[in-house]
Design a protein around this ligand. Structure first.
Ligand code: AMP
Length: 416
């Protein structure tokens, strides 16, 4: 594996997998260009060092060629941000001549890779009632043609850069398979390097105490992370809708609060394991409960294991926030994933905003703070703290899988 900062791009054509999967409005104007901006340092590096660029990405979830998901809509913004004219290949499989003609400093953007089923390697257009045999046969067909797809992409370039952390957990043609064509000329881009370094700072050899704050709606979707973190953290703060499954499992009265009855045993196991490993688990013990799932509902502050009938837990109450804050301020490394209340409703965003605030303060005091996951990232951004915490991860699903301790194909393909 190579390093983007030291690699000699002079006269080389670099094929770069970026994540240009940006939201577009009905006139195909970009409504949030964060992901494009994130990739610019990597792209500029290649150009500054005398290389040329072949940029590839997906956009949305097309089922085939579909103008709605064409990457041509975003060329204008890439040109503005790079300050270079961007050529376009309107079929990613027919870009050979354009790629071969690239001179140092020139840029070619390939059309949406997912116009081809081979990018994901998953068959399309299967009948809803397809049998397992038919599904298997269709998958074998796509997998066979995927080899040719990867080979064609690889033929355009001399080196490969993966800078799409958001899709690193997928073993797709452009995120993982293509790397084997560049055994001595493959590397991470700066987005990937930053994400990996930040997560490794938490999972590797963190400054202690290490605290994880895991919120969100469901135990079932966070169980993988929690189990992995139990081996690593000193403190585990659990907030949000998940709390009530724990409290009910412990015999508490939770009113109409969110609860996954089939996860109660899992919850008790987590608590038992934490005890065994000496992890300090803190659940929101006092909460704001409401008589309806609405911003203007009537509220009471009550213990999370004694919620009045007709009420449901909606947010962490000041007592719980204080308890969490005390732990956060005493920690040297903090990971936060998931809101501690129904933060989409302003009246129940108080707890989540307070966590964002505490993370900012902890960062000011020298702690390393990593925020990941769509909702927690939205919370720190709304509070204006996105650049006041140590690192905000952009890769939702990829980050979660990394935190679960899984090997991400997009990372493994570069490293191996
Ligand atoms: P997740 O995607 O699992 O991180 O969950 C995020 C969602 O959890 C957000 O949409 C929150 O509104 C929701 N959430 C947080 N706390 C609660 C709660 N007490 N009751 C219901 N939903 C909640």
């Amino acid at each position: 594996m190579q390093n983007i900062s030291s690699y000699d791009f002079k006269g080389k054509r670099a094929i770069v997998r970026v994540d240009f999967n940006v939201p577009l409005d009905e006139n195909f104007k970009i409504t949030d260009d964060t992901r494009i901006r994130a990739a610019i340092p990597t792209l500029k590096k290649v150009l500054e060092k005398g290389g040329s660029l072949i940029i590839m990405s997906h956009l949305g979830r097309p089922k085939g060629v579909d103008n709605k998901f064409s990457l041509k809509h975003i060329i204008y913004r890439v040109e503005e941000l790079l300050g270079v004219k961007v050529q376009f290949a309107d079929d990613c499989m027919k870009a050979g001549a354009q790629a071969a003609a690239l001179k140092p400093g020139e840029v070619l953007l390939l059309e949406n890779l997912r116009f081809y089923a081979e990018e994901e390697g998953k068959p399309r257009g299967l009948a809803a009632d397809a049998t397992d045999e038919e599904k298997k046969a269709a998958k074998a067909v796509v997998k066979a043609s995927q080899k040719e797809f990867v080979k064609t992409l690889a033929s355009y370039a001399d080196c490969y850069i993966n800078d799409a952390f958001g899709t690193a957990h997928r073993a797709h043609a452009s995120t993982a398979l293509i790397a084997s064509y560049f055994p001595n000329d493959k590397m991470f881009g700066y987005v990937m390097e930053g994400e990996i370094a930040a997560i490794d700072k938490v999972l590797g050899n963190p400054a202690r105490p290490l605290t994880a704050i895991i919120g969100g709606a469901k135990v079932s979707s966070k169980i993988g992370i929690i189990e992995h973190l139990l081996d690593l953290v000193d403190n585990l703060i659990i907030g949000g809708g998940m709390v009530y499954t724990f409290k009910k499992a412990q015999g508490g009265k939770i009113g109409n609060s969110l609860c996954e009855d089939d996860q109660q045993e899992v919850a008790l196991n987590i608590l038992a394991k934490a005890k065994e490993k000496g992890v300090n688990v803190v659940l929101s013990d006092v909460v704001v409960a409401a008589d309806a799932f609405a911003n203007d509902a009537k509220t009471v502050i009550c213990p999370s294991d004694n919620i009045p009938d007709g009420f449901e837990g909606m947010d962490a109450a000041p007592e719980s926030i204080e308890a969490a804050k005390k732990i956060i301020m005493a920690s040297k490394t903090i990971l936060w994933n998931g809101p501690v209340g129904v933060f989409e409703m302003p009246n129940f965003a108080v707890g989540t905003n307070a966590i964002a605030e505490a993370l900012k303060e902890a960062t000011d005091n020298g702690a390393f703070t990593l925020v990941g996951g769509g909702d927690s990232v939205a919370a720190v951004t709304q509070m204006g703290y996105a650049d006041k915490v140590s690192y905000v991860s952009t890769g939702g699903g990829a980050m979660l899988e990394y935190l679960e301790g899984k090997v991400l194909p997009g990372i493994a393909a570069i490293r191996e």
